[in-house]
Design a protein around this ligand. Structure first.
Ligand SMILES: C[S@@+](CC[C@H](N)C(=O)[O-])C[C@H]1O[C@@H](n2cnc3c(N)ncnc32)[C@H](O)[C@@H]1O
Length: 219
């Protein structure tokens, strides 16, 4: 077989194969998705295989302290919290009150109320006064795209050396490599460039779901 010099494009068949074998979604999370849709929430949570990837990563780095920006229904928060040790902590931020209430109910039903701390807050304000007593192992950015670069600057000093900052939508719904005039696409292009060139980070992009960009803090 010839050596591949290009990534294999993810066809629908390959996508279904990946999801069938490598999914972090169980019956509880499937039910959560259905309830969230019934409650009128947009279908913008991470995909089940992105969840599996996050869980493997968190377990590999033995993460104990995680920050998530953008809770929505609590789907990714519950997935990530399940990969933490019993005394681990995940803080998640959400600015829409009804989403916070929904997620809080799901977090309780998942038996994770001790591990997940849910805050009804605008992350841009909340992070300015956040002074964790121990450094963060992992940050997952999945909120307003216009603020991604700002979130990077706010959280980087709070992450331990060897900790990871990860952001969703690195492929900007397929538009990341286009000359787009969509402000969200432009914000993601700027953010990816910062992640790729930041002197304190070594970064990579994993094309799962809508793409995840990850940077490990080097110093
Ligand atoms: C893509 S969804 C999060 C999905 C979630 N991480 C998951 O995969 O299950 C983005 C969420 O971020 C919230 N959000 C947007 N801007 C925010 C801000 N400035 N502060 C806090 N939450 C914000 C939105 O209300 C929305 O619920």
């Amino acid at each position: 077989m010839a050596t591949a010099t290009r990534s294999t494009p993810t066809t629908q068949e390959l996508f279904e194969y990946i999801q069938r074998l490598f999914s972090a979604e169980d019956e509880f999370l499937e039910h959560l998705r259905h309830e969230a849709l019934r409650a009128g929430m947009p279908e913008i949570w991470i995909t089940p295989e992105q969840g599996a990837f996050l869980q493997v990563l968190l377990r590999a780095m033995q993460a104990r302290f995680v920050l998530e920006i953008g809770t929505l229904a609590g789907y990714s928060a519950i997935m990530m919290a399940r990969a933490l040790p019993p005394d681990g902590k995940l803080i998640t931020l959400e600015r829409e009150a009804e989403r916070v209430a929904f997620a809080a109910q799901m977090v309780r039903a998942a038996g994770l109320a001790e591990r997940i701390e849910l805050h009804h807050a605008d992350a841009r304000q909340w992070l300015r006064s956040f002074r964790p007593t121990v450094p963060l192992d992992f940050v997952f950015i999945d909120a307003d795209k216009a603020s991604y670069s700002q979130y990077l600057e706010l959280v980087l000093p709070l992450v331990r050396i060897g900790g990871i900052i990860c952001a969703d939508n690195a492929l900007a719904w397929g538009e990341i490599a286009s000359a787009s005039d969509d402000p969200d696409v432009q914000a993601l292009q700027e953010f990816n460039l910062r992640m790729a060139t930041h002197p304190q980070l070594q970064s990579c992009l994993v094309p799962l779901g809508d793409g995840m960009v990850l940077g490990i803090r080097r110093w």
